[in-house]
Design a protein around this ligand. Sequence first.
Ligand code: NI
Length: 226
Amino acid sequence: MLLHIPNVLTRDQVVECRRQLDASNWIDGRVTAGHQSAKAKNNEQLPEDAPLAKQLGQLVLAALEAHPLFISAALPHKIFPPLFNRYSGGQAFGVHVDNAIRQVRNTAHRVRTDISATLFLSAPEEYHGGELVVEDTYGTQRVKLPAGDMVLYPATSLHRVEAVTRGARVASFFWIQSMVRDDTQRTLLFDLDNAIQRVARDVPQHPSVIQLTGVYHNLLRQWADL
Ligand code: NI
């Protein structure tokens, strides 16, 4: 499932993030790339251990925890500390697949990358190109979202970022280890959750609301690993 999650950050939060990011030092993005993806990757990144990356990462994590659509879709168990990147001057990231396991720098923490996330911090009209292109089971998806919005997609997908030929594309990117590792099962739970919420809103007293909520939790109990 590829899902657009709107308004993860408010307009004010985006402006503040950008003010700090635009004034900071960026390094070659290949530092966090795996063997295959290093050959395809050409962008800049904030150093993982930069105080600003940690500070803005905390802001993103706090926003995610308060976002019901994100929780329902990702069923997060662990979230890799958000990283920040920038593409400009023709930079691009050729087709690649993300590493299955990521170790948090200078710690023993490891995250299995079930879901990849990109949170856009530049408005689409600020740059040319820069689409995230994801090869989904339903075909190729091209994603370019308003600043503050995020896309989630299965980390198993082949994907790339088109060359940014004018302006700069600034984004946060990270991975989620879900309680439910299988994308098909996670999508079923998300669809069921949405349907239950709609019925609960439209016909609050209907006894099926409780029954369906039970089905949801019993499926989650079957499929979750922590
Ligand atoms: Ni990637």
